[in-house]
Ligand binder design. Structure first.
Ligand code: ADP
Ligand code: MG
Length: 427
């Protein structure tokens, strides 16, 4: 959290609170200091008239108790304005008794200036005026007894009123600004708190997004593995089983039996090689050294020999190297389409056409076999196979292409993969 401006806001809140504490100490200490100094000087040099020492000190002690009860022992009363007015009137009364008793208590009259802020609104100026009268009287040595003393008294009261009134006026404005500043700082702290909360929420969302992205990655990889297993191991095993079944049926004819067994062994070797390559994410061996049209022609020739079905390959357009991923997609599509013909079609002829156009390259595989109901196929592959066309569609879509399958029972099948003609190493 140290990176956010929160710290500085918290510091400001602390600083304002410390300032308020200091001010509160002033309020709680000044009256006692004035009272103490007044009592001390009165004891040392008593006024010619007035109370004798013991009652004087008793009044001073009562004044101290009055202040202690309202200010020090019940600090929470500071917000109760009416109660504070009662307190202030009491304070003035004690001040008046003490000042009239001994002018030395003029020091105590200062408490009236300091505590005037406890009064509501403009009443604090009335408090200041009353305190100025007390202070002026004390400074003049008591209640005026002659005209000249009266004039002096007026000057003293006016001076006290002017100075204390101005100070109170400025401190009132200062208080207002202080309250505003405090409110702003608190608002800022609240905004910072919300910002921090939002950041925390964002971090949560970010983690959630990462988890989702990871899950999506896992799903992608699982699909890729499923396709690879289907296109290498499952296809290979299908071919091997077909060859071994044929060998079983040709047990009496030694040469046919040998041919089927050899085919099965060759298929097993190829499948193993392909499976190893796909584990290492290397492109198929068929595309390693030859170009796509030749790889498809070779694949078809071998398929035709093994399955004993006539098959032709034709290439149109400008046969050029394509991006490896696109070539693998088309080769796998040809493989799966031919495997399907061998497994399901009972066809007598198959034709493959590879067409290089300007923007797209298409591979069509047509057979004249039994066909099937394209619309009746389940959308989700079943456990007994049925993943080949799905895998083919995923692969083709993965490079930005489309797959179309046309077929009807008795009408043969046409599989057409159309992919963007991305040139070799283009992405
Ligand atoms: N050339 C075809 N001729 C006849 N039926 C086909 C052909 N291609 C596919 N099919 C039908 O479509 C189904 C789904 O094919 P596919 O997704 O490759 O799964 P699988 O070959 O494992 O059964 C096949 O089971 C088959 O019924
Ligand atoms: Mg299949």
């Amino acid at each position: 959290m140290s990176g956010y401006p929160m710290t500085s806001t918290a510091e400001q809140v602390d600083r304002l609170a410390a300032w308020e504490d200091r001010e509160a100490v002033l309020h709680k200490v000044v009256p006692y200091v004035g009272l103490g100094v007044g009592a001390l000087l009165t004891t040392a040099a008593p006024a010619p008239v007035g109370l004798s020492l013991v009652p004087d000190l008793l009044v001073a002690a009562a004044a101290a108790c009055w202040i202690a009860w309202f200010v020090n022992l019940h600090p929470e009363w500071v917000t109760r304005r009416a109660l504070m007015a009662v307190y202030y009137v009491g304070l003035l009364a004690f001040g008046a008794v003490l000042v009239l008793d001994s002018p030395w208590y003029g020091f105590f009259a200062w408490a009236g200036f300091v505590h005037a802020v406890l009064l509501p609104g403009n009443w604090r100026f009335a408090g200041v005026a009353a305190s100025a009268v007390l202070a002026g009287t004390a400074q003049g040595g008591g209640v005026p007894s002659s005209l000249s003393h009266g004039v002096l008294w007026l000057v003293l009261v006016a001076f006290n009123l002017g100075v204390a009134g101005a100070v109170t006026w400025f401190s009132t404005i200062n208080d207002r600004q202080h309250a505003n500043r405090k409110r702003l700082v608190e608002e800022l702290a609240e905004a910072n708190r919300r910002l921090a909360e939002t950041m925390r929420e964002n971090e949560g969302l970010h983690a959630q997004l990462l988890a989702q992205a990871r899950e999506a990655g896992v799903t992608d990889e699982r699909q890729r593995m499923a396709r690879e297993i289907h296109d290498t191991l499952a296809q290979g095993l299908t071919g091997i089983i077909t060859q071994l079944e044929a060998a079983g049926q040709a047990r009496d004819r030694r040469s046919d039996w040998q041919r089927h067994v050899d085919n099965a062994i060759a298929l097993a070797r190829e499948s193993l090689t392909e499976a190893r390559r796909s584990v290492r994410a290397v492109r198929p061996e068929a595309l390693e050294s030859v170009r796509l049209p030749d790889a498809i022609a070779e694949l078809t020739r071998r398929w035709s020999t093994i399955n004993e079905v006539r098959a032709e390959v034709s290439v149109t357009g400008d046969a050029r190297p394509l991006h490896p991923e696109v070539e693998v997609t088309l080769l796998r599509a040809a493989q799966e389409a031919l495997t399907n013909v061998g497994r399901h079609a009972k066809a007598s002829r198959v034709g493959l056409t590879l067409s290089y156009m300007e923007d797209v390259v298409t591979l069509d595989v047509r057979d004249d076999g039994v066909g099937f109901d394209v619309t009746g196929r389940p959308a989700v592959p079943g456990s007994d196979g049925g993943y080949g066309l799905t895998a083919m569609r995923q692969r083709v879509a993965g490079v930005g292409g489309e797959l179309a399958v046309e077929s009807e029972p008795g009408g043969g099948t046409a599989v057409s993969a159309s992919v963007p003609a991305l040139s070799g190493g283009a992405c």
